[in-house]
Design a protein around this ligand. Sequence first.
Ligand code: GDP
Ligand code: MG
Ligand code: ZN
Length: 234
Amino acid sequence: MSQARVLEIQEDILGRNDEIAARNRAAFARAGVLALNLVSSPGSGKTTLLVESLKRLADRLPLAVIEGDQQTDFDAQRIRETGVRALQVNTGRGCHLDAAMVEKALEKLSMPVSGVLFIENVGNLVCPSGFDLGEAHKVVFLSVTEGEDKPLKYPDMFAAADLMILTKIDLLPHLRFDVARCCDYARTVNPAIEIIQLSASSGEGMDVWLDWISSARESQALHARQSASEAAQA
Ligand SMILES: Nc1nc2c(ncn2[C@@H]2O[C@H](COP(=O)(O)OP(=O)(O)O)[C@@H](O)[C@H]2O)c(=O)[nH]1
Ligand SMILES: [Mg+2]
Ligand SMILES: [Zn+2]
């Protein structure tokens, strides 16, 4: 196949994905749902942080989780143990979630109206950056065991994210990991990126993360009110 034809097919796929993502985004806005797309390489600590976050949020907010993995529903089971509804989407050979998978998942998993939907993407720092799911924010996880140069090696992912969570900081005393350099690299590819350092094991930094979620909910609600009043004036 010619290079031009390959590019044409890629554009078709991404164009179709963006249409469905826009539908998802509109559905989230109607339901007042903050949707977060959590991305990282495998094993950075997404599910562990989710479990700890859900325990702290469950009595305050409606919550739901979509779990993406190639195989198994282990992560969805870990989430359900907290009492929060979770749906596993297995992508088989596919290495990312796309907007259609999320739309289909929402037919089974009802919306957490006026709450938060967490979408744990397949562990992969490459193509999830190109697939909009309709989320309000991509949140990229990087654990301190992975090396500080990941933002430079996978710049598209760090450029697409609004927040970077540096995880497993309880391990820092045992490692040679330069936190300041890692943050510099992340800001080199994305000057606007916010950064939170935390440990799901020790609980350090958890409050900052939960506050970030609260602020994200408030700004989404503010935008919704602004759009509604603009629509009423038009
Ligand atoms: N020391 C430490 N280990 C963690 C922390 N968070 C996760 N882990 C471990 O990292 C491994 C992968 O975590 P998991 O949440 O499954 O990562 P995921 O693949 O991104 O969902 C597990 O063995 C966790 O126990 C943390 O804050 N500190
Ligand atoms: Mg996981
Ligand atoms: Zn992929």
